[in-house]
Every structure is written in structure tokens, then in C-alpha cells.
Design a protein around this ligand. Structure first.
Ligand code: FBP
Length: 565
């Protein structure tokens, strides 16, 4: 059957601000076309009249006194829940609402926007909906497009952020806040929904505080997005995109496992995205059962050095060689390098140097490094040295996606294996193949779970805005239950905040939810990893399904954390 054609409005870079969509013909596969019309269930509380019920006053995840000073208008406000009430007063108010996609792509972002749009259509008919183009810069430069039913339609249940595109700019300086204020006033915005990760939701909270302090009517609501899975708390059990990305990576890992077993000659070193926490790596391990999995949080807790990590890998390779297996699959989290205390110390010193010194070829800046960090820096392969010096992102983070840890570990394993061969303790063959599975997982068609979860998050964001709430993150819970029973509310963003040192200064940040070694997902992995190391227990999950077997399966991490596995 011929692929279906859909009309995608052209919002490519370079199009003038607020230009009407030009209508670029884009070819959709049969599966994509079929997904557009996939109907999504809503939690029952969003299908009927509801009241918003306030919880107790909130605090902060850390340093509450500092957070109270930084957010004098919002600190302490309660989180809220939606409670069905057939007698709840209906509010027929029309709204002007803007939405922005911020940070890295995550499958499901388009569904947050369609959920929000449908809420406005169904419950605040006559509202106007603007999409800011290219991330927070679109707010500052007032670059937007009016989102209509026709505009949104082809993006329903589709991956990517290409409906309005995203960006990593931060609204930070007084001038930038002023620009955001001007945009909010110009468009007469009642509300702004920021779809983003920890940094973007921190930004959302700063905007909410700023608008409130100026007595502006514009409210700000966040939505939890990141494939990394590190934006979560009791009320926000997971960030969207994690489920889909992990399933895409697990399919690819399953494929290289079968390749390894078929040829018997390669060790596949697979680095997986996840800037800080190792949630993605852990989830993929639970889905596929690799021979070796490095978990950053464990490396950190055990204060392991690069040499310890290499030795662990090489020990397993040697034992497998004795059993006749000269192949295997090794999962490495993207953030590993940042978890090794000696490297962490080096990165912290480099961050300070990059923030305050001129880093040129004279190498004089190296004198600012401590003796131990200088020794480590000079021991690292040149490519890794260069990658560690790359410019930080606008939020002050090392760009770990550009550090090829998998290649570094292959080199280090080769050297150690050669040493053991000389000593007579290793007689196998070793050939490493490096892979980085990152961008491949960020724009896939969202799984049934992500599609439905995102739609509910967007719908809930609309409900929170219409109820006059600001500085909350849309929260959908009870996710192990059928969708009808999912709970809906908003969590005070300040309650997720702590302070951190960035670009050499203390800044408010949403505390990242790192992997917990006492948590159920890690414990399950730890109880099985020895068996996976020596006996090949590979699982190849295959591609994401939208119907039939496995199509509604939710990832192991979420189910284990909810105690439902
Ligand atoms: P967010 O935290 O913005 O969701 O982005 C996550 C991520 O995909 C990380 O896993 C990765 O390290 C980073 O983005 C890559 O950034 P970029 O898209 O700028 O290359």
C-alpha cells in the first residue's frame, strides 16, 4: 500500500516570525498515518467537572531558607489535586495561552501540546493558543505561531518536537526577563506552559515568580519532560519520553546482542544517553540482560576510579574467555565520566577555570589544576581531554553527549588485557565495537504509555491554568492502574528546588532524581547481574508495538518504583 501523505506546516528555521504556515508536503509511513487518529483515553477526573483541592504548605528539596529568599512570592505554596465533583462550578472563561518546548527532544511532546489544545477547545472554547518557536528564545524574541486544530492535527501521536521546535536558551538576565514580560503583555497571555526537564522547569518557576512579583496575570505551569528520567518525585512518578527512548534503545541493544552471539567475535560497548543519572542504562539492562552494565551512581557510591571500572570490565572479559566466550555486550551510561570522583573533581576545577580564565594553547591555565587533577587530565586520551574542554551548555553542564567514554573504555580494556596476556592470565581474543545510542531514541513514535501520559499532562496543565494556578508542574499519578484511575494535580515547583553551583555561582535548580542503590530497579538488577555476566541471558525485546502483545507494557523502572512488578 502506498504511504499516506500528510501536510506538515513549514516552520523551518529562517521563516520570518509569525509567518503563516506554508504547508510543506511530508510523506508519512503507514504506521505514522495510522497513529495520527489513534484515540487517547483520559483519566476519569479530567472527563468530568472537578474542583482543585490544595494540599498542605510546601517546603523545598534542600536549603529551604535560600529557596524562600529566591522565590518570595511562590515559596511555600501548596501542591494541588483535581477531585471530581459533578456540582463544580463551570468556568466559561476564554484564555490566551502560550506553550514552549524546551531542551532535548523526548517522545510525546506533541501530545502534551494536543492535550492542552483539546482542553482549551473542550473547556475554554474560544481560547487562543500560541506556540513559541525554537524554545525559550521564541518567548524572548516573541516568535510564535498560532496553534489551530489544522496545525496540530498532523503531529498528534508523532515523535519529535518539530511542530514548534525546541532550544536550550535560558531566560536568565534582567533584560531577558524583561523581554519575556514584553511578550506576555503583547500577547495578553493568561498562561504559559513550559514543557521541559529540570533546568527548564527551574526556568518556568523563575518566570512564574517574576510575573507574580510584577502583578502580571500570566501564570506559568511546567510539564515533566526528559528521556533521562531524572525529573521525578512522589507526585511526578516519571518524566515523559523515558518509556519510548528506553524501548528504542533496548530494541537496538537486543539486536547487537544477537549479532555478538552470531559472530562470536565482538565486544559491543554501548554508551546510552542520560546526561547525569543512569536510569536509561539501568532500564535497558532490565529489558535486555547484558553481560556488563556500569551504573554511574554505584561507581560514585563506591568511589571507584577509572582503573577500578576498567578492571571490573576486564575481569568479566577474562572469565568469559575461560568459558569460551570472546564476545559480549557492555552498557555504559553517558554520564559515567561525571560520576567518577577523581574525574568529577577534575570537571569541577575545569568548570571554574572555563568560567574565569582564558583557556588558550599556552596551557598556562593548567597551573590552576590541583596536582591530582593535572595528573588525571594528562593520563586521559587526547580526544577525551578535548571533549572535556568543550563549551558548557547554557545551563553550565558538561556536554557529556560529546564525550566518547565507550571508546576510552575500549582503549583502556585493550591495554589491561594485553598486560594480563603478558602475565599469562588471559588467553582470549578481544575486539571492541563502540556504539552511542542517544539521538536515535529521542524522536521515535511515542509508545502507547507516553502518548497517553503526555496527553493527560497537557490536559491537566490547561486545567491548572484555568484555575488560576502558577508555579506548579503538571502531575499525573497512579500510573500502574488503568488510565481511568490515574490521578491528576499540580506540584509546587519550589518544593522540588535546591541550590547548586553553576558557572561559578549558586543558582536555584530542581534537584535531579538520581538512581537509588536502595531502590527496587537497582536491587533487581544487582540480584541478577552475575548470572547475566557469565551465562548469556540476552533478551531481544524487538520494536515498539502499538497493538497486541506488549503494546501497553510499561517500563520496568516505573513499575518497580510503584511496587507493581
Ligand atoms: P533534556 O535534559 O533537555 O531532556 O535533554 C536530555 C538529553 O537528551 C541528554 O540525555 C543528553 O545528554 C543531552 O540531552 C544532549 O543534548 P543536545 O541535544 O544539546 O545534544
Amino acid at each position: 500500500m502506498a504511504p499516506a501523505i500528510a501536510l506538515i506546516p513549514d516552520i523551518a528555521a529562517g521563516a520570518p516570525a509569525n509567518a503563516p504556515a506554508t504547508g510543506r508536503a511530508s510523506v508519512y509511513s503507514e504506521v505514522q498515518s495510522c497513529r495520527i487518529n489513534h484515540a487517547l483515553p483520559l483519566p476519569s477526573v479530567l472527563r468530568c467537572p472537578f474542583n482543585i483541592v490544595d494540599g498542605p504548605p510546601s517546603s523545598a528539596a534542600g536549603n529551604p531558607d535560600e529557596i524562600a529568599k529566591l522565590f518570595p512570592c511562590l515559596f511555600g505554596q501548596p501542591s494541588v489535586s483535581l477531585v471530581a465533583d459533578q456540582n463544580a462550578a463551570s468556568m466559561d472563561q476564554k484564555l490566551k495561552v502560550g506553550v514552549v518546548l524546551s531542551g532535548g527532544q523526548a517522545p510525546g511532546g506533541h501530545n502534551v501540546i494536543s492535550g492542552l489544545f483539546d482542553y482549551l477547545q473542550n473547556r475554554a472554547n474560544g481560547s487562543t493558543f500560541y506556540g513559541f518557536r525554537g524554545g525559550p528564545a521564541g518567548i524572548m524574541k516573541c516568535k510564535y505561531v498560532e496553534l489551530t486544530s489544522d496545525y496540530i492535527y498532523p503531529y498528534r501521536n508523532q515523535g519529535g518536537f518539530d511542530m514548534i521546535c525546541s532550544g536550550r536558551d535560558k531566560i536568565e538576565t534582567p533584560e531577558q526577563f524583561k523581554q519575556a514580560e514584553e511578550t506576555a503583555k503583547k500577547l495578553d497571555l493568561d498562561g504559559l506552559v513550559v514543557i521541559g526537564g529540570d533546568d527548564s522547569n527551574t526556568n518556568a518557576c523563575l518566570l512564574a515568580e517574576n510575573f507574580r512579583s510584577k502583578n502580571m496575570k500570566t501564570r506559568v505551569i511546567g510539564c515533566p519532560k526528559t528521556i533521562d528520567g531524572d525529573l521525578k518525585c512522589k507526585e511526578v512518578p516519571t518524566s515523559f519520553g523515558f518509556d519510548t527512548a528506553c524501548k528504542i534503545y533496548s530494541e537496538m541493544i537486543g539486536n547487537v546482542m544477537i549479532d555478538a552471539r552470531s559472530t562470536g567475535k565482538y565486544y559491543h560497548f554501548v554508551r546510552l544517553m542520560g546526561r547525569a543519572a543512569s536510569h536509561i542504562t539501568l532500564e535497558c539492562a532490565l529489558q535486555t540482560h547484558p553481560n556488563i552494565t556500569i551504573i554511574g551512581e554505584e561507581v560514585y557510591a563506591q568511589k571507584q576510579t577509572l582503573k577500578n571500572v576498567t578492571d571490573y570490565i576486564v575481569d568479566v572479559i577474562c572469565k568469559r574467555a575461560e568459558l569460551g566466550y570472546n564476545y559480549g555486550v557492555i552498557l555504559i551510561p553517558e554520564g559515567l565520566i561525571d560520576f567518577i570522583p577523581e574525574v568529577q573533581e577534575l570537571i569541577a576545577e575545569l568548570n571554574e577555570i572555563l568560567a574565569h580564565e582564558v583557556v588558550d594553547e599556552s596551557g598556562l591555565w593548567k597551573k590552576k589544576l590541583t596536582e591530582q587533577s593535572l595528573k588525571l587530565f594528562e593520563f586521559l586520551p587526547e580526544a577525551i581531554q578535548e571533549q572535556l574542554m568543550l563549551e558548557r551548555d547554557p545551563h553550565g553542564n558538561v556536554q557529556v553527549a560529546k564525550i566518547e567514554t565507550e571508546k576510552m573504555l575500549i582503549q583502556m580494556a585493550e591495554t589491561e588485557l594485553e598486560k594480563r596476556r603478558q602475565e599469562g592470565t588471559y588467553k582470549g581474543r578481544f575486539m571492541g565495537q563502540s556504539h552511542f545510542f542517544g539521538y536515535e531514541g529521542r524522536c521515535g513514535l511515542p509508545t502507547n504509555f507516553d502518548a497517553t501520559y503526555c496527553y493527560a499532562l497537557g490536559y491537566a496543565a490547561g486545567a491548572l491554568l484555568r484555575s488560576g494556578k502558577t508555579g506548579l508542574i503538571s502531575s499525573v499519578g497512579n500510573l500502574a492502574a488503568p488510565v481511568a484511575e490515574w490521578t491528576v494535580g499540580g506540584t509546587a515547583l519550589t518544593s522540588l528546588m535546591d541550590v547548586e553551583r553553576r558557572h561559578g555561582k549558586f543558582k536555584p535548580v530542581i534537584k535531579k532524581a538520581m538512581g537509588e542503590l536502595e531502590g527496587a530497579p537497582f536491587k533487581k538488577f544487582a540480584s541478577q547481574r552475575e548470572e547475566w555476566a557469565l551465562k548469556n541471558r540476552y533478551i531481544s525485546p524487538g520494536p515498539i508495538q502499538f497493538k497486541g502483545a506488549g503494546s501497553d507494557a510499561v517500563n520496568h523502572t516505573l513499575l518497580l518504583e510503584l511496587g507493581a512488578h
